[in-house]
Design a protein around this ligand. Sequence first.
Ligand SMILES: C=C(OC1C=C(C(=O)O)C=C[C@H]1O)C(=O)O
Length: 279
Amino acid sequence: MEKSRLGHIKFINCLPLSYSLLYGGYDEGLDIYADVPAKLNRLIVQGQLDVSPVSSIVYAQHSEKFLIMPDVSISAEGALRSILLVSKKPIAELNQASVALTAKSETSHCLLKIVLHDAYQAVPGCYITEASTAEEALADADAVLFIGDDALFNYHNRQQGLFYYDIGAEWKQLTGLPMVYAVWVVRRRFARTQPELLQTVYERVTGGFRHGLANIDQAVAAFADKLPFSCDQISTYLKLLNWSLTPAHQQALLSFYQRAYHIGLLEQAPEIAFAEVLR
Ligand SMILES: C=C(OC1C=C(C(=O)O)C=C[C@H]1O)C(=O)O
């Protein structure tokens, strides 16, 4: 049987789906490649994956290549702990400061620039870092932006004398909107030529999240041993996230694209074009 090539984010933010793929049989018919978002972004842009979660800004940069898979995203209503700015200075003092940005992400880079520009009239000098600890990154920078598990680790191991900002909370304060961090995109050619395979991927991903969330305590317990967090910390974190893609999320995503466009981070703010699936 022909298999679809599906990307998967190897962060706790996809733990409900990870559980179903590994232990619930939801991987059937799929060739799964798990990595950090920035790597998945590159692979699907290069055509090496058929469907993948990507940083939401990547859909806007390449909307001619992709359709969005309905009903799934990685979103949060506000604070989420895992889009975290760790700073030597208060956030209002970061104009022209040097800010290191995690190499694992793309959406959070734009989100931080929007928040700094639109809420604090600040334009920092940014560069990409491979560092995952605050000590290492702050040796050269005034502030560092982490995402995913690195951010959560820094959140739970806060140090005296540093300032911590939840950029999801900052976005909510600025706009009143939820934030859509990742969407699942489908290569347009795959959607056109392999509609049955796409339907299976859609059912595996949406059904996998449903199954993982319905069994969330077992799902958390299945991974907690291998993670530097307690079951409580993981469960509390997951309650801050949302994996749907409602009309309100779509509006919030368009608003993110508009703001990115206005400060020159996008050449255009695209419409959202969905892949056709039976729901
Ligand atoms: C909420 C998160 O969602 C994500 C953030 C992404 C980004 O900033 O590019 C991409 C995918 C998701 O992992 C997170 O990683 O903390």
